[in-house]
Design a protein around this ligand. Structure first.
Ligand code: DLZ
Length: 163
C-alpha cells in the first residue's frame, strides 16, 4: 500500500467516478502556510492520481481560515466548477479566537455548499498544537488534504447519481 493509499484507507475507493472532465477549486489559507501548503500538495496530488486533469484544478489563496468561506463561495458560484476544497489550519490558542474561526468557517462552508448546490469540502485542521498539525499534513496520521480531495471526488460522483 503506497503512503497516499494509506492516507485514504478510511474510504471505499472502489467505483469512483470518472473525474477527467470535472473541475475543482482549492482554496488555501495562508495562516500556518507551512502546513496548508502540505495540505494543498496532498489534495492536488490525490485529484491528479484519481484522474483529474491538472488544467482542471484551480487554486485561490486567502489570508486566513476565516476568509475561506468567501473565497470558496466565489469559486462555488462559477458554473464551470464542480467542487471546491477549503484548506486551513486553526491552532488552539490561549484565547477563544480559534473557536470563533472554526465555528464560523464550518457553518459558512455548510451554507455555501447548500446555497450553490455543490460540494464544498471542509479541509480545516483544528489541532491543539503544531505537532498535531504536522502529523496530519503528511506526517504520522496521513494528510488531511488527501482526504478532503477524496471527499470531493466522491461527492461529485454522488451528485451525478442522486441530484
Ligand atoms: C487571527 C487568526 C488567528 C489568531 N489564528 C489563526 C489560525 O490559527 N489559523 C488561521 O487560518 N487564521 C488565523 N487567524 C486569522 C483569521 O483567520 C482571519 O484571517 C483574520 O481574523 C481576519 O479576518
Amino acid at each position: 500500500m503506497s503512503s497516499a493509499d494509506k492516507n485514504l484507507s478510511v474510504f471505499n475507493t472502489e467505483g469512483l467516478p470518472d473525474i477527467s472532465n470535472k473541475k475543482f477549486a482549492i482554496v488555501v489559507a495562508e495562516w500556518n502556510n507551512e502546513i496548508t501548503e502540505k495540505l494543498f500538495e496532498g489534495a492536488y496530488q490525490t485529484l491528479v492520481n484519481y484522474g483529474a486533469a491538472e488544467a482542471n484544478i484551480l487554486r485561490g489563496n486567502v489570508p486566513g481560515s476565516f476568509e475561506l468561506t468567501l473565497g470558496a463561495h466565489w469559486f462555488a458560484q462559477r458554473e464551470d466548477i464542480d467542487a471546491v476544497i477549503a484548506l486551513g489550519v486553526v491552532i488552539q490558542g490561549e484565547t477563544k479566537h480559534n473557536d470563533y474561526i472554526n465555528h464560523a468557517v464550518a457553518q459558512g462552508i455548510t451554507n455555501i455548499s447548500i446555497k450553490n448546490n455543490k460540494p464544498v469540502i471542509f479541509g480545516v485542521l483544528t489541532p491543539n498544537n503544531m505537532e498535531q498539525a504536522i502529523d496530519r499534513a503528511g506526517g504520522a496520521f496521513g494528510n488531511k488534504g488527501d482526504e478532503a480531495a477524496m471527499t470531493a471526488i466522491k461527492m461529485v460522483g454522488l451528485k451525478d447519481q442522486i441530484a
